[in-house]
Design a protein around this ligand. Structure first.
Ligand code: C2E
Ligand code: CA
Ligand code: CA
Ligand code: CA
Length: 278
């Protein structure tokens, strides 16, 4: 990256300029990556407590860049959103995830997860026809609509307009809707009164320090109460330790997700987990 030179009148930033062109380059490489089959989908278990059954999996996209190696979706999804490739990429992720769950259902029967949860970005949601795309992915995989959850952030929903219509269309199909990273946005509570939502995914930041002192459990406790009060299902995200799992279970959380229960993987362990060793 270009160094700050401290030259007095240089107001444009070479670092910023370089970042912009890197962004453009990554955008072009996304196209090549899609054509070249460089993407895959991994699945992270969502586990019920106390049974420890894997009731669902969250689909998460991965990009193996031929030169840079693995690139985080946190880096390339915004680029795909910006250059419009998110529509094609998103459709592929959706179709792949639906096909995978259909395969598990055939292979594993009752041991297959009940649902797969797929992330949708703000632009996908705001585009008319998204619910049709979802319906087509389900039909192509011969998967019932109640096997699919679409996850979206509050920010995406907050755009209003078409995004809200899309939610109603998805609901009409029988697809569940999850509000992702719940509690980190600005309008969370107001949104819940107006937007059709089934699941609240309580953000990792409220799980992280949960075992330190009682003070840190306040928000996690409030969020499960809100969720129950509204008749919604809560999922706690980013559970990394047995202690966190225990505290969350004690607070009333029945669905947990995080490295403690399994990292995202192409071949996730779908068997019910043993109780943790002490
Ligand atoms: P997200 O939807 O909130 O997904 C959860 C992220 O937390 C994932 O990161 C997951 O690997 C990670 N995670 C899960 N459990 C733990 C844990 O116990 N500890 C820690 N430290 N992390 C945990 P990932 O896969 O890198 O995805 C990052 C973000 O990129 C996602 O956040 C989502 O916003 C976006 N993303 C990922 N896949 C897709 C996709 O297929 N479509 C769209 N539109 N966005 C996606
Ligand atoms: Ca998610
Ligand atoms: Ca999340
Ligand atoms: Ca997140």
């Amino acid at each position: 990256a270009a160094k700050q030179t401290g030259e007095p009148f240089r107001r444009w930033s070479p670092a910023l300029d370089e970042r912009t062109s890197q962004y453009a380059r990554l955008g072009a490489q996304l196209r090549a990556g899609l054509d070249g089959g460089q993407f895959r989908v991994v699945y992270q278990p969502i586990v019920a407590v106390p049974s420890r059954r894997v009731v669902a999996v969250e689909a998460l996209v991965r990009w193996e860049h031929p030169v840079r190696g693995p690139i985080s979706p946190a880096e390339f999804i915004p680029v795909a959103e910006q250059n419009g490739l998110i529509f094609e990429l998103g459709e592929w992720i959706l179709a792949t995830a639906c096909r995978q769950l259909a395969e598990w259902r055939t292979e594993l029967g009752d041991l297959a997860p009940d649902r797969v949860s797929v992330n949708a970005s703000a632009r996908q949601l705001a585009r008319p026809g998204f619910a049709n795309t979802v319906a087509q992915a389900l039909a192509a995989a011969r998967l019932p609509a109640d096997c699919l959850t679409i996850e979206m952030t509050e920010t995406a929903v907050f755009q209003g307009g078409q995004a809200i219509s899309t939610l109603h269309e998805l609901r009409a199909l029988g697809v569940r809707i999850a509000l992702d990273d719940f509690g980190t946005g600005h309008s969370s509570l107001g949104l819940l009164q107006t937007v059709p939502v089934d699941i609240l995914k309580v953000d990792k930041s409220f799980v992280d320090n949960i075992t330190e002192t009682g003070r840190h459990t306040v928000i996690a406790r409030s969020l499960i109460q809100i969720s129950e009060g509204l008749g919604l299902t809560a999922v706690a995200e980013g559970v990394e330790t047995a202690e966190q799992a225990d505290v969350l279970e004690g607070l009333g959380y029945r669905l947990l997700q995080g490295y403690y229960f399994g990292k995202p993987s192409s071949r996730p362990d779908l068997a019910a987990r043993e109780a943790p060793f002490v």
